[in-house]
Design a protein around this ligand. Structure first.
Ligand code: ATP
Ligand code: MG
Length: 312
């Protein structure tokens, strides 16, 4: 995730089209927004459009806009999303769901950076950065002739893959703690903490709905006033059994790494608290962090997550 954040920072300064791939709820839209916010277009609009949520007949008008009288019901001129993103960023969410007829029109716009409103005769020059996302397999769609290859190559300057939460050891607990603190701030309630049972339930759960599910679970737990300790428990299942590595040193290292990450998450990255939780001295913890290559200074998954304390 840290590597991914660094590449988002780098890509933000460019105009390369970025395709963000990842399961539902992994943070695709958040990263698209970051691409916009961290770049030179930040003071211009970021315009998201969910291509799956808008019926085919309306999507064209949503994207390109229409002139008055262009079709029945077009009582006034309407600016489309592409035009309203002028000099900013257009985020085409669920790009895999754009119907074929519109794919051609989208391609034309991407090639020439020019659009025409429906029913309009004027060509309108637009300067828009394109970021797309999907959780569908576009290669399969292309193989089935459902997604145009030429459009794919236009959109896919750089592909960014967002890993599912279950592959991000330590992140679930860290994010859950972040959400718990955030809700405590937002709802003016007293501070709540997860007990150790909740921490391990959160760490062990697979989170099929990823961060969105985690956030909702923590919110629900927060509101039912159960200190969040039921988040993740009811449907807890272990990750796939796989082949168990019998190398005892590797197993020790893995377990050590996990508890260090959990302690850092639970302590919001405060080294002294984490060391106390782990029952080691601060210097020992620094040694362990180095050994495991855990970068505490930039250890938070993203800039909105709690910042971790810098080593002295
Ligand atoms: N690193 C993160 N830190 C804090 N919150 C996050 C992070 N990543 C994602 N979220 C939150 O998780 C939720 C889901 O994120 P987002 O909408 O970006 O995911 P998505 O991949 O677009 O999901 P979907 O495929 O369902 O549209 C949002 O509320 C977002 O704010
Ligand atoms: Mg999304």
């Amino acid at each position: 995730m840290l590597k991914l954040c660094r590449s988002i920072e780098r890509l933000a300064t460019t105009d390369v089209p970025v395709l963000i791939l990842g399961e539902s709820g992994t943070g695709k839209e958040l990263l698209a927004h970051a691409l916009h916010e961290l770049g030179p277009r930040a003071d211009k609009p970021f315009v998201p459009i969910n291509c799956a949520a808008i019926p085919e007949t309306l999507l064209e008008s949503e994207l390109f806009g229409h002139e008055r009288g262009a079709f029945t019901g077009a009582v006034r001129q309407t600016i489309g999303k592409i035009e309203s993103a002028q000099r900013g960023t257009l985020f085409l969410d669920e790009i895999g769901d754009v119907p074929q007829s519109l794919q051609v029109k989208l391609l034309r716009f991407l090639q020439d950076q020019v659009i025409e409103r429906i029913g309009g005769r004027r060509q309108i020059q637009v300067d828009v950065r394109i970021v797309c996302a999907t959780n569908q397999d576009l290669s399969t769609k292309m193989a089935h002739g459902e997604f145009r290859e030429d459009l794919f190559y236009r959109l896919n300057g750089i592909t960014v893959r967002v890993p599912p939460l279950r592959d991000r050891t330590g992140d679930a607990v860290m994010l859950a703690t972040y959400f718990l603190n955030r809700f405590a701030g937002e709802f003016g309630n007293q501070k709540k903490v997860f007990n150790s049972g909740a921490i391990s339930a959160i760490a062990e759960f697979d989170w099929p709905g990823n961060i969105r599910e985690l956030e909702n679970r923590v919110k629900r737990a927060f509101h039912v006033g159960r200190s969040g300790h039921r988040a993740g428990r009811s449907r807890t299942r272990r990750s796939s059994q796989g082949n168990i590595n019998l190398d005892i040193r590797a197993a020790r290292m893995k377990a050590e790494r996990q508890v260090i990450q959990l302690a850092l998450a639970q302590s919001n990255g405060t080294i002294s608290t984490a060391a106390k939780l782990l029952g080691v001295s601060r210097p020992t913890l620094y040694g362990l962090l180095e050994e495991h290559g855990i970068d505490v200074a930039s250890g938070s998954a993203r800039h909105e997550s709690p910042r971790l304390e810098n080593p002295p």
